[in-house]
Design a protein around this ligand. Structure first.
Ligand code: IPE
Ligand code: MG
Length: 229
């Protein structure tokens, strides 16, 4: 979800104004995904690197997160959505952490879409953590080096209970991944739109999905092989 700051500047406002308007896009996208039967939606809300932003902006984002989570529990319940989170959640302010856990617990028996918030998340942080965990297992004699395979690595990532994403949408036109799900995106289709996040909507979501539906996903095979399968 990128472009809140630029959107605000275009309106002659402070960056935080953009973050507040981004909440509408979050609601619209989440409901839109749930309606059309998307199983998993991951929103990259705050990266490890975002902690380096000015303190006022970080504080405002954390406050907005607390408010939004508590306000939107009803939206989650109405849409049968269960909330999950990935990232270094311990590093979030206490209030934020508590509100998040409450929303996760409240929505845990919902059976529809899983909404995963990436908070204080970065892929390199996640992979480093996985490597340490696996090294400990080897050290303790729980597994051998030969037994380490892609499945073992996947099982030590924060996303172990989720499938790899089929589609990644990035707003604001930046042509980069910015430390998001590097391992998991190996064969994900990328869709980059110039639309700034506060202007993203159901309609923009549908455009992205229609584009995705035209792609041929070969996973390294030839077009002919894919057609036979
Ligand atoms: C929102 O957009 C992403 C968050 C970290 C919440 P930005 O704040 O990165 O907006 P730009 O890139 O400055 O326009
Ligand atoms: Mg940005």
């Amino acid at each position: 979800m990128d472009g809140n700051g630029r959107w605000a500047r275009q309106q002659g406002e402070q960056r935080v104004f953009g973050h507040h308007h981004g909440v509408r896009a979050v609601r619209d996208t989440t409901e839109g995904c749930a309606e059309i039967g998307v199983g998993f939606l991951t929103l990259y809300a705050f990266s490890t690197e975002n902690w380096n932003r000015p303190k006022e902006e970080v504080d405002a984002l954390m406050e907005l997160l607390v408010q939004t989570i508590s306000k939107e529990i009803k939206t989650l319940m109405d849409n049968n959505i269960s909330l999950k989170a990935i990232g270094d959640l311990e590093s979030l302010p206490r209030k934020c952490h508590d509100e998040l856990n409450l929303a996760i617990a409240t929505t845990s028996s919902n059976t529809g879409m899983e909404l995963i918030l990436a908070l204080s998340y970065s892929s390199r942080w996640e992979i480093t953590k996985a490597v340490k965990e696996i090294a400990e297992l080897v050290k303790g004699g729980k597994i051998s080096t030969e037994e380490i395979n892609e499945q073992v690595i996947s099982n030590h990532l924060c996303t172990k209970e989720f499938p790899d994403p089929e589609l990644m949408i990035r707003t604001s036109g930046e042509m980069r991944i910015s430390n998001f799900l590097l391992w998991q995106l190996a064969y994900t289709e990328l869709y980059i739109t110039p639309v700034l996040w506060p202007d993203f909507s159901r309609e923009e979501l549908y455009k992205a999905i229609l584009d995705f539906q035209k792609r041929e996903r070969r996973f390294g095979m030839t077009s002919e092989q894919v057609k036979i399968n």
